[in-house]
Design a protein around this ligand. Structure first.
Ligand code: IPD
Length: 260
């Protein structure tokens, strides 16, 4: 894909993520009426997730009919090498409880590379965006990672889901605290990446996360100067992966803590 094609996609994605965010926000404000289904232990989906994903699919497939589309709720559609990867609401568990920490995430992947990503938090009206080679922004203003090197001054986001065994999770938190690092578990992996990119967190770690949760955020962190684990392995679409992103000066220390 050439740079004009990429820029056009980034522009359309930014418009679409805002439109989907407005739809989700409308549901969030009247969530008492929302139909919620269980997909597994502590894993839910609402009518808002499904409708937002349908809206994003309709807009992107109309604009870029040759691209393929992977949605958290609807799976894979199409065979194009450029693939839109969408989490219509990341932080669904927060969303359905009325906790204002969730976002809509759209990422574009081709040949195992994240090319552009947009994350929109409609409650805060914050649009995080990144384009390969074009930098990372928050509401149009450039952002960057903290640059911190002293782990005792850092604050790292951590995630957990029942897709993985419980056992390592308390150990991970223990290791962070032992090293003098504060941790937060905010409930949206996508925003964990965006907050790292914007210098609100020094990093984010989760032992297993699905591609749709982070596809929008990967390029935003990379373009903001963050260091990322090798997330885009060949089986990532089907299997997901572990994710570690951080400001470069503490990446190796964090890696050591989580590998110990
Ligand atoms: C979840 C959130 C959560 C993370 C989970 C994800 P969802 O995504 O990102 O923070 O810990 O691993 O599955 O279900 O809200 O889209």
């Amino acid at each position: 894909m050439d740079s004009d094609q990429l820029e056009q996609r980034a522009r359309v994605a930014a418009t679409v993520v805002r439109e989907a965010g407005a739809l989700a926000l409308d549901y969030f404000r009247r969530r008492g009426d929302l139909r919620i289904d269980s997909k597994g232990l502590q894993d839910m989906v609402s009518q808002a997730d499904r409708e937002c994903e349908d809206l994003i699919f309709a807009r992107l497939s109309e604009a870029f009919p040759a691209d393929s589309f992977l949605g958290e709720e609807g799976g894979l559609r199409g065979t194009g090498s450029a693939m839109w990867v969408v989490d219509p609401i990341d932080g669904t568990a927060n969303f359905v409880r009325g906790i204002p920490h969730w976002c809509v995430s759209i990422g574009l992947i081709e040949d195992g590379r994240a090319l552009c990503g947009v994350l929109y938090d409609p409650v805060a009206d914050e649009l995080f965006a990144g384009v390969a080679g074009g930098g990372a922004t928050l509401n149009g203003t450039p952002i960057g990672v903290t640059g911190e090197t002293d782990i005792r001054k850092t604050r790292v986001g951590i995630g957990f889901s029942f897709r993985t065994p419980v056992a390592p999770h308390p150990g991970d938190i223990h290791a962070l605290l032992d090293a003098g690092c504060e941790y937060l578990r905010l409930g949206s992996g996508a925003l964990g990446l965006a907050y790292t990119a914007a210098g609100r967190l020094d990093g984010y770690f989760e032992r297993h996360i699905n591609l749709w949760d982070v596809a929008g955020g990967l390029i935003i962190v990379a373009e903001a100067g963050g260091r990322l684990s090798d997330f885009m392995t060949s089986d990532v679409v089907a299997e997901g992966n572990e994710i570690l992103v951080a400001t470069p000066g503490i990446y190796d220390q964090l890696r050591g803590l989580f590998d110990a």
